[in-house]
Design a protein around this ligand. Sequence first.
Ligand code: ZN
Length: 315
Amino acid sequence: MSHGHPGIDDRSLPPPRVEEVADRVFAYVQPDGTWWINNTGFVLGDEAVLSVDTCATERRTRAMLEAVAGASGGQAPTTVVNTHHHGDHTNGNALASSATVIGHRLCREEMTKMGLSRPDGLFEPVDWGDIALRPPSVTFERRLDVHVGDLLVELHHVGTAAHTTNDVVAWVPERRVLFTGDLLFNGGTPFVLMGSVAGSLVALDRLVEFDAEVVVPGHGPPGTPAIADVVGEYLRFVQDTAERAVAAGLSPLEAAQETDLGAFADLTDSERLVGNLHRAFAEHGGARPGDEIDLVAAFGDMVTFNGGRPLRCLA
Ligand SMILES: [Zn+2]
C-alpha cells in the first residue's frame, strides 16, 4: 500500500504513449485503460490542432498537452471535441485554455447539470489536481464538420443513447481513422449504465459502416473495427443474462453474483456487469435508450459486488 499521492509517476502502469495511426492523425494511449484512464487523440493541421477529449486529472491532461506540443512543434489544441460528458474525457477541458470545446447538445446539458465529475468514495482516491468545469461552448445535434487545416474531421452523433445519451464519434475520412470514444473499449469491460444496451448494439453497427482502417477506442489500444465484435458479444451476453435473471426473479446484483463471465472474465473492471445489468433490466421492463434510471443504486451494487470496497482506480 502506498501512502503518497496517487498519480501517474508513482504507479506501476506504463507511461502514456503517442501513436501516429495515420499521417498527422494521432492516438494518445493511456495504459491500462481502466476506470478514469482514457485515450485521447489529435489531428494536426497548419496552425490548427484538434484534440479528441481531455483527461480525468490535471496531471494526466498536462502530460497529454505536452505530448500534443511535442508532436506539433509546440502547438496547443485550437479545438477540443468531447466524445461524451464523462469526466475522464472532459475534466481537463479548462486546461486546454486556447481551444474551443465542441460536443453534443446533451453533453453540455449533462456537464452543466452534473457539475465537475470527481466522485469521492466510489473509487479508490484520485489526485484530481486543479480542474474546473468547462462544458462545450459549441454544440450540435447530428453532425458537424471541422476543418483542421486541409483535413476534414466529421463529428457524428450516433443517433441513439449508447454508452451515454451524447456519444459522438470523430471520423477522418481521408485517413480512414475513427475515434469512437467509449462506444468501444478494447480489453476493458464495456459500460452502458448511463446509456443503453440495445442502443449500444445499434451504435456498433453504425461504427462498422464507416469502414475504418484504424479505430481508436475510448479505452485500450487502437486497432481495427474487429474491436466492435467483442463489445457486441459482451452486450448480447448482458441481455441474455438479464432475460434469464428476470425470469428467475433475481436482482441485478444477484444475477451478477451468479454469473460466470466465461471469456469476458479477462476484461478489466468486471464489476461493470452489475451496472450493465441494471440498464438491461430496465430495458427488459420497457425503458427506452437513455431513460433515467437509479444510478446511485447501480453504483452501490457495484461496490457491494466488489466486496464493499471502492472500485479499483489508478487514475
Ligand atoms: Zn465514458
